[in-house]
Design a protein around this ligand. Sequence first.
Ligand SMILES: [Fe+2]
Length: 230
Amino acid sequence: MSISVSSLRSGLHKKSFSYSTKKYPFRQEIESILGINLEDLHLYLGRFDKFQRSTDQCTLAHKVFYSTFASTLQPIYNSFVKEFIYPIVMTDFYYQVIPTFRIGLPGNRFVGEYHKDSKYNHQDYEINFNLGLANYEGNASLRTEDFPGSDNYISLECPYGRVFSFDHIDCMHGSEINDTNKTMVSFDFRLALAELYFDTDSSSVNMNSSFKPGSYFSVECVNNSSSHLH
Ligand SMILES: [Fe+2]
């Protein structure tokens, strides 16, 4: 039976889910690597011009996150995707191997420009999830159209312990200037639904990696049995 990814994506749009931070202690792991509270990151990172699309992945904290990911967060993240995300989606998928790390500094924005991800080569077979780690609220949170083409923007907040999905392909989205005095920290990741996933020569602009299995997306296809192995 064929599934409609756009109806799955719009069904999950704006939906938020609560998970156990004891079982999946993402923030504690990152804070123990950095040695500081995440919402205080701006006190240590130095000053930045307003982020553009080309610079919103440039801080030292981004480099630390990506360079330590395999040895620290990867096992927790892999289990989380299989055990917690699969039962939400209930259809087989490949998943983003390394999630995209986001930082919203006070006085700055965490997404360089308003866009739909289709503009960045992301394909229609994707589902997107966002996981707040610190201060993902108010003007530090994500702004998105409430439905495709509406031009009516809403804020999606994500306190630590929650994960939400939104329609990143069809809805314009971005971020405003963080007017709080705390850093917003989050990561987000995409799934490629197995039934619709196709080989593509396009690649991610942020990660500069191919969307083929084993590069941007996992080699492993997560299915009902892998979700129960852990
Ligand atoms: Fe996006």
